[in-house]
Design a protein around this ligand. Sequence first.
Ligand code: DAH
Length: 357
Amino acid sequence: MDDLKNKYLAEIAEAADESALEAIRLAAVGKKGEVSLKMRELGKMTPEERQTAGPKLNALKDEINSALAARKAALGDAALEERLRTEWLDVSLPSRPGRQGTLHPIAQVTEEVTAIFAEMGFAVAEGPRIDTDWYNFDALNIPAHHPARAEMDTFYMHRAEGDNRPPHVLRTHTSPVQIRTMEAKGAPLRIICPGGVYRADYDQTHTPMFHQIEGLAIDTDISMANLKWVLEEFFSAFFEIDGIKTRFRASHFPFTEPSAEVDIQCSWVDGQLRIGEGDDWMEVLGSGMVHPKVLKAGGVDPEKYQGFAFGMGIDRIAMLKYGIPDLRAFFDSDLRWLRHYGFSALDVPTLRAGLSR
Ligand code: DAH
């Protein structure tokens, strides 16, 4: 028994890994292991012999098992030590400039706009890009055969014959999110809705998919004056120029009454556009007081509540702010363009730390 003990304890001490340990375990205390076979021989012994050999064999088995367990734990610790030594990573190091991805200007500008409106108490709401024509048109006071439907160059979803679900469209604007959010949250409400929209149009200033930001504020004492203040605050913060003036021009949208197109102050110097100075005007968005029918469609009582709404193109204000000449380049995925116009993913825009750097 001493021979067995010395042999196995020595082997265990030298086992290099877990599979070597397992082989030793089988050879010693497995079903057909040497110690197990010895235990079977107990049956053939006289009662006296059994009385001394039995406890000794049991003790031997226990000793081997605990030596196996101890060695296994030690091997595990060593393996972990080795991993920790080789797989280290200094998470406090800056990323390598050559490997940094950049934020697309649309993502950057969406973040900037969101940061500014968040400061004014607006939450972000989202809606589906594929929507029913009820949300995209009817609920916004654009009934079937209304000329505004034809003007929008809408992409209609194909329907198989016999499919009677309501018609779906790729939303042509972010305005349907107004209805969905009124339905879900009721009034009062203060939201912006950024997202992609679709129209069948393609040239230097139009792409079939582009981006808008919708704004909506509903309460019991909202007027056009609030709209003008909010927009002037927004444009000054966005273009990082104090006191940008806006001009409201009477216009028409089915979902607002009265409606206004809004221009911001600008000048052209030697063919170069300067925002926030001079006596020229640049159109940037559509807006107005939400039409009572639209409030009703969203389940909001127009006798009690009123609100303003606006919609503007994200791509367009991104082009204005960052001097990007061609809209189509936004969607080319040209790495050289992205490196030039992209933004550091780690510089999150905030009003305190700076919107753009
Ligand atoms: N939905 C309009 C468009 O895509 C933009 C717009 C105009 C949105 C006036 C509004 C608004 O909320 O009040 O052309």
